[in-house]
Design a protein around this ligand. Sequence first.
Ligand SMILES: NC(=O)c1ccc[n+]([C@@H]2O[C@H](COP(=O)([O-])OP(=O)(O)OC[C@H]3O[C@@H](n4cnc5c(N)ncnc54)[C@H](OP(=O)(O)O)[C@@H]3O)[C@@H](O)[C@H]2O)c1
Length: 322
Amino acid sequence: MKAAVLYKFGEVPRYEDFPDPSPTQEEVLIKVKAVGFENVDKMMAEGKHFASNQFLTELPAIVGFDGIGELTDGKLVGFGGTKAPYGAMAEKTVVPKTHTVPIPEGIDAATAAVLPASALTSLFPLKWGAKLQKGETVLINGATGVAGKLAVQIAKLLGAGRIIGTGRNPDSLKQIMDLGADAVINLKQPKGQLSDSFKKEAKDGYDVILDFLWGHPTETLINTLIPDEIGYVGNRIRLVQIGEAVGETISLPASSLRNSGLEIIGASAGMTPEAINESTNQVWEWLRENKLKMDIEKVPLKDIESTWKRTDFQGKRIVIVP
Ligand SMILES: NC(=O)c1ccc[n+]([C@@H]2O[C@H](COP(=O)([O-])OP(=O)(O)OC[C@H]3O[C@@H](n4cnc5c(N)ncnc54)[C@H](OP(=O)(O)O)[C@@H]3O)[C@@H](O)[C@H]2O)c1
């Protein structure tokens, strides 16, 4: 079979022949249909990820750790738990029988490979972490990214009253208006003007903030939440920290928490098995109803070497198709 084979940590995987896998009694054979290509795949192959040695226990090995594929009876499943030398980016792989989940009918493999995980990134925080109420105002900081664009659509589907999205790319800012945002803030402006934009678009105040950025934009945003009057506590502003596309740290003034109503929680707050189950079913339902859009570029497995070196992934997800 053909596969993306890594010979040495730090090298680019090669597209070449690899012996077919044969499953043990505890494993199933998977005909791979689609594999999301993520930063984590590169980090693992560079040996820089904390789990590199856990997954790539021997080399040469096939890269990629999960994906969507067909069982021998033709049923489409999500799979994970590949074990070196077999990985996901190949025509076939093997995984433990316990590591497959059925994909509902009517959903294509490439969408199933990348969309649900990114959608859950904002559905959890909105519904279970921040407990968004219908009509509330939601600010999505980093709305022009893959996860942010889905966040705009999901906030709308959950009944947000007003949605404001931030980003830098003018085309993407326009796109998020088409996806349901009521206003956008361009982050590429001097700090003072950016503060003014955050204040202006808050109108009666933000209720929920989904933060994919951290770093200086989030710092500027939080500073605008500090009330002018001592003792005044406004809305409960639930800021959910999800990503750090801009920076790992911020400087947080005590006054921003003392009487602003600001509450900072993490993306996994409220994540229980029930919440995971309900949210996953909700995403499948929205997908069947064609209510979620994502920019996906399908790339044939044979192009893995050139794709591995690409850096133009902003705003879209790459899916490797064997
Ligand atoms: N915790 C989780 O479960 C989870 C899941 C998914 C993602 N994430 C994290 O969330 C973040 C976003 O992920 P993504 O997949 O949406 O990434 P993405 O598609 O690459 O989007 C990145 C976002 O960050 C903005 N950005 C990047 N550099 C910036 C800068 N210097 N100043 C201002 N804005 C900047 C981009 O704006 P423009 O494109 O407009 O320039 C875009 O909105 C990442 O940190 C990711 O690791 C976390």
